[in-house]
Design a protein around this ligand. Structure first.
Ligand code: HEM
Ligand code: HEM
Length: 553
């Protein structure tokens, strides 16, 4: 048995032991429901007071009226001291957060245009073929690196760095290190994309950038983790909100995963493929997913001004995600030359993933019960609810896609690509959009200049991804069935996908349009377009005045 197999088996046993310890501690009452922990995102007296900085004052009043519930009469004015603490926390993180989001926007546009180009090329194969860097293989990989590392990773770091000081009620310590980390990561992404365009890659999916460049990402992450841990140790709150668990764990996980996967001269042959997919699924499950789930756990209750339904369920979701996700990577190698039991193990773990997904979904359904109409008033909430729903759908779909009977049809087809976008776009990207809409007015002290663009962007993105997903899933499934049918020539399986590849380009074009609107709106905000309205973006008028005084505005 080689070291990769040993470590996977060890991780599996550890996860089972961990699960039993968790169940035991629940039975012993060690994890009693803790309403204080669930309310830590609110200042004293703030529950019942809606919060969506992306809204204009009139719209906010409508949201507040719609969100009113029995018993709210006793609501006091929020505690000024706690609001001041939050303002200090926001101020301490503002510059690094702005830097991450600005980089994220840049990569989003580049990555999406590359994605649309790759999509068009699949049904217009003679288009843009004169230069090697324009060919499908390179453009596709540029798309992947730009959206996964450039967009999602930068935006995730922005969300983490903004939320942690708020949740810990402590100003960010070592912001300069965080910025240095961000600079290193973005230099690596730019060089990685250049290298891929020039044809220099490590040749493993999601790990394409050469390891010499990848090491800068690890160095950058280390520069960010240091200040995060230092701020955590010096925090002013007692209860750690579940978002802190998700985000701090995710930072540690991705750094370790990337380092192990990128170490040169260690992984060879089949073992390298196992390691590639151990990383490949963990980058989704232990980086993108915890960041986005953690963000929903903060923003959704915050907007509707009600604590999450069950704090314990959120912790159950965290631990089961940590126990089960790490071993699901083998389901990418169903039918491959790896030990059968290793793949079976990953399929079992993929099914077990239903537990954290159910824990999250039940909790969110409970929190939103009787309150879904609020989405009409708050576009930010709409992004969060859409993202949460897509998390559930993509994960349940993924669990079944891992079964051998389904995987043998879906593998090597566009069906997988449709699932990939349901998760990476429908879930992760939509949550990140919502989070940025909430954060930026507080980071830049300026409101979104044209709020209607937020609604327009939501519908373009939502309709775009639905067209992308439905068409490509159907076309991909037909492709799989045709490939398995020995009586049909291979070209039939190619031709049958053509209408669906075209429909993906239509859906993808809507998504790209939504992204351009998003980034254009962000630029307009940075350049201070629109009427000067800073009051509603802050917590109260008094605070707005204080901030303006501090800034000498
Ligand atoms: C319980 C949760 C999930 C399970 C069990 C699961 C399972 C799967 C399976 C079986 C495949 C196809 C592998 C193949 O045939 O090659 C796959 C592909 C993929 N999934 Fe998921 N999935 C889950 C959730 C997610 C989420 C939340 C995301 C996005 C954040 C995501 C993103 C992807 C991507 C990007 C691929 C394509 C990988 C490639 O490049 O081939 N999945 N998933
Ligand atoms: C920020 C948004 C996006 C994210 C996070 C994202 C993510 C991904 C991922 C993870 C893959 C690998 C899938 C796999 O191999 O199974 C992929 C491939 C791809 N994406 Fe995207 N994507 C985004 C936007 C788009 C857009 C707007 C389009 C436009 C049509 C697009 C078109 C493609 C194409 C054509 C591929 C290659 C599929 C193949 O190899 O057959 N993506 N993307």
């Amino acid at each position: 048995m080689d070291s990769a197999v040993m470590s996977l088996l060890g991780a599996f046993l550890l996860s089972i032991i961990g699960l039993f310890v968790f169940i035991w501690s629940m039975r012993k009452g060690l994890l009693m429901e803790n309403p204080r922990a669930a309310s830590v995102i609110f200042a004293k007296g703030e529950i019942g007071k809606v919060d969506d900085p992306a809204l204009q004052p009139g719209e906010r009043a409508e949201l507040q009226a719609a969100a009113a519930e029995k018993g709210d009469a006793a609501i006091h004015l929020p505690d000024e001291l706690e609001l001041d603490q939050r303002l200090d926390a926001d101020r301490s993180s503002a510059f690094p957060v702005f830097m991450f989001i600005a980089f994220a926007c840049m990569w989003l546009v580049l990555g999406s245009v590359a994605g649309l180009t790759a999509s068009l090329k699949l049904h217009m194969p003679d288009w843009l073929v004169s230069e090697a860097w324009m060919t499908f293989g390179r453009i596709r990989t540029v798309h992947l690196t730009a959206v996964l590392y450039g967009w999602i990773t930068n935006a995730s770091l922005g969300v983490i760095i903004w939320l942690l000081p708020r949740l810990l009620r402590t100003p960010l310590m070592g912001a300069m290190w965080v910025m240095l980390g961000g600079a290193l990561i973005n230099v690596a992404i730019a060089s990685g994309i250049g290298a891929i365009g020039a044809g220099w890659t490590d040749g493993m999916e999601y790990l394409e950038m050469p390891w010499q460049i990848g090491l800068f990402i690890v160095a950058g992450m280390v520069c960010i983790i240091g200040p995060v841990l230092y701020t955590l140790v010096n925090r002013k709150v007692e209860s750690l909100y579940v978002t802190v668990w998700y985000h701090v764990a995710a930072l540690l996980w991705i750094t370790l995963l990337f380092l192990v996967a990128k170490l040169p001269g260690v992984h060879y042959g089949v073992q390298q493929a196992t390691m590639n997919w151990w990383y490949g699924h963990n980058v989704l499950g232990l980086w993108f997913t915890p960041v986005s789930v953690g963000a929903i756990y903060y923003f959704l209750p915050k907007i509707i001004a009600r604590p999450v339904r069950s704090y314990n369920l959120s912790i159950l979701g965290f631990w089961t995600l940590a126990f089960f996700y790490a071993q699901v990577g083998g389901h990418h190698l169903v039918g491959g030359p790896v030990p059968g039991w290793l793949v079976t193990l990953s399929i079992v773990q993929s099914m077990m993933m239903i537990i954290p997904v159910a824990a999250f979904s039940i909790n969110m359904a409970g929190t939103m019960w009787g309150r879904t109409h609020l989405a009409r008033y708050s576009p930010t909430l709409r992004f969060m609810m859409f993202g949460g729903l897509m998390y559930m759908l993509s994960s349940v779909q993924g669990s079944f896609e891992a079964l051998r009977s389904i995987n043998q049809v879906a593998h090597f087809t566009h069906f997988t690509v449709a699932h990939a976008h349901l998760g990476a776009y429908g879930f992760v990207t939509m949550v990140l959009f919502g989070a940025i809409y909430f954060m930026m007015p507080r980071v830049l002290h300026w409101e979104w200049p044209y709020p209607r663009l937020i609604t327009l962007q939501f519908w373009l993105a939502a309709v775009g991804i639905l067209i992308y997903f439905v068409g490509l899933s159907y076309g991909g499934w037909l492709q799989g069935q045709y490939m398995l049918d020995a009586t049909r020539p291979f070209m039939d399986s190619v031709n049958v996908t053509l209408p669906w590849l075209k429909s993906r380009s239509v859906g993808g074009a809507l998504m790209v349009a939504s992204q351009i609107i998003f980034v254009g709106h962000f630029l307009a905000m940075v350049l201070r377009f629109g009427p000067e309205r800073t009051g509603a973006a802050l917590f109260s008028l008094r605070r707005a005045q204080k901030l303006e005084l501090d800034h000498g505005e």
